[in-house]
Design a protein around this ligand. Structure first.
Ligand code: PAN
Ligand code: ZN
Length: 198
């Protein structure tokens, strides 16, 4: 069996800056509301929110200790509290380019959930991602994270180095489901029903 080359010691340990929601010394990407057009189902609410000014919806910082066949990568996400209409601030969401790649999510701070959608069957489910929760993203599953609380949501995702990120499918067709606030709780409903006013 081939053995993964051992990464430098500096890459074997990482420090999370829980205040800023990123790994110390690692690259980070900030996604603004103006970049999320088309991802929220309620376009009018999105335009209204955008008219009040642009803001960071989420950021992700990532570490890639190795790139061998069995290596792991990880991403630290921070989603701001906020809503666009009844939809919570959320990530764009993606599938892994290598579809067999699963992922584990660990909730570090705040309250949130993970929307999962099976690419083949379209079946959707929401899993809690509150502080202390772990969630599993199975192979072939589109995944998007949302902040359902009043403070920043911080979470860690760990995935195979070979996973890759496929944003194209979601950018084109989006998820078939949306997660909206109803009576103070997150509820998953079909996008088509939401657009009809459910
Ligand atoms: C996560 C995501 C992170 C940001 O680390 O990359 O939540 O979401 P988007 O990538 O959809 O913008 C992950 O799932 N990595 O595979
Ligand atoms: Zn992922």
């Amino acid at each position: 069996m081939p053995v993964n080359p051992v990464p430098d010691d500096a890459l074997l340990t990482a420090r999370m800056d829980l205040e800023r929601g990123c790994f110390r010394g690692a690259p980070a990407r900030v996604i603004l509301l103006s970049e999320m057009r088309g991802y929220f189902a309620d376009q009018a609410a999105c335009n209204e929110a955008r008219a009040r000014g642009d803001q960071a919806v989420y950021q992700v910082s990532w570490l890639e200790p190795g790139s061998g066949a069995g290596d792991l990568h990880y991403g630290l996400g921070r989603i701001s509290p906020g809503r666009v209409g009844r939809e919570y601030f959320m990530t764009k969401g993606h599938l892994h380019a290598w579809r067999p790649a699963a992922e584990v999510y660990i909730g570090l701070q705040g309250r949130g959930c993970l929307l999962l959608e099976d690419e083949t069957t379209g079946q959707g489910r929401i899993l809690p991602l509150d502080h202390g929760c772990m969630a599993y993203v199975p192979a072939g599953t589109a995944h998007r994270t949302m902040n359902t609380g009043e403070e920043p949501l911080l979470y860690l995702g760990v995935y195979p180095a070979a996973a890759g990120h496929d944003y194209g499918a979601i950018a084109t067709r989006n998820f078939l489901h949306v997660v909206v606030e109803r009576g103070g709780e997150p509820v998953m409903i079909e996008r088509a029903a939401f657009l009809k006013g459910a």
